[in-house]
Design a protein around this ligand. Structure first.
Ligand SMILES: Nc1ncnc2c1ncn2[C@@H]1O[C@H](COP(=O)(O)OP(=O)(O)OP(=O)(O)O)[C@@H](O)[C@H]1O
Length: 256
């Protein structure tokens, strides 16, 4: 579904990503990990077509990302970055409707019944329907994040790129957000690439991981293959790993 091969990206004359390769199958959720400045956001932005690629290739459903028109790209992939633009004065419903822009035709295009149905459906799926008439500026951080997820889903993407979507959320809100995302991923066979700082959250919800260090891939694989020694190599911090029996998932404890 997504294939990145030997990707190198330079920004302001500095090489930020070097020879990055990864491939993500349809319907899988991949967690991108790594220290601050290791290149996680740059990788997402390069996949989203925001950055020029110095060398290598990015294929989305077999098509070169760079060759897609902005509207075509927006029908295939939706992006929710850390610094998501927040129009505080619009209602939740208006904000979600903006997600239908890839399907507009011309300047004065009218929204169809299908557009309205999709907006309603994604608002139900993300538990934002009750907030429909509230102003964005009056929502909590967690509620706002669910609205951005709804807006992204309104694009009907097959690929969703999320940059630290649970940042600044309390534990309950983090779990609620990840549960929503996981359910949607399963139900719609959504492919998700998600940047997370929380290794344990990644292990609980993702199918695979990619670990970056100084713009290069230190390792990648199924969640069960992530090890304390790789994490130590990436972060310089010691971890001990344990298996949570009912879930069959690894969790990592920091050893200061
Ligand atoms: N537009 C830019 N121009 C020049 N350098 C940039 C630009 N954006 C990022 N960088 C540099 O590229 C490197 C990787 O940045 P990036 O934001 O991708 O890291 P990150 O892993 O997402 O970090 P964080 O966890 O702090 O969000 C950093 O050294 C950063 O300073």
């Amino acid at each position: 579904m997504l294939v990145v091969e030997h990707l190198t990206v330079q920004l302001a004359g500095h090489r930020v990503l070097t020879d990055v390769s990864l491939s993500v199958q349809k319907g899988k959720m991949v967690g991108v990990l790594g220290q601050n400045g290791s290149g996680k956001t740059t990788l997402l932005r390069a996949i989203a077509g925001d950055y020029k690629v110095s060398s290598g290739s990015i294929l989305i459903e077999g098509q070169a990302s760079q060759m897609l028109s902005p509207k075509n790209r927006a029908r295939k992939l939706a992006v929710c970055m850390q610094n998501h633009h927040v129009p505080l004065h619009v209602t939740v419903q208006e904000a979600v409707k903006l997600g239908r822009y890839p399907y507009d035709h011309g300047w004065f295009s009218r929204r169809s019944k299908r557009d309205d149905d999709i907006v309603e459906r994604v608002m139900r799926d993300t538990d934002t329907i009750e907030l429909a008439n509230r102003l964005i500026g009056q929502l909590s951080g967690g509620e706002q994040k669910r609205v951005w997820l709804a807006q992204s889903l309104a694009q009907e993407p097959s690929l969703l790129l999320l940059d630290e979507p649970t940042n600044h959320l309390d534990i309950a809100q983090q779990v609620a957000f990840m549960n929503h995302l996981h359910k949607l991923q399963q139900e719609r066979e959504l492919t998700v690439v998600i940047v997370l700082h929380d290794v344990n959250m990644m292990s609980l919800y993702c199918d695979e991981w990619v670990l970056l260090k100084q713009g290069q891939v230190l390792g990648t694989g199924a969640v069960t293959n992530l090890t304390e020694s790789l994490l130590h190599e990436a972060y310089g911090v010691r971890f001990t790993e344990s298996l949570v029996p009912p879930l069959g998932k690894k969790q990592f404890t920091i050893c200061p």
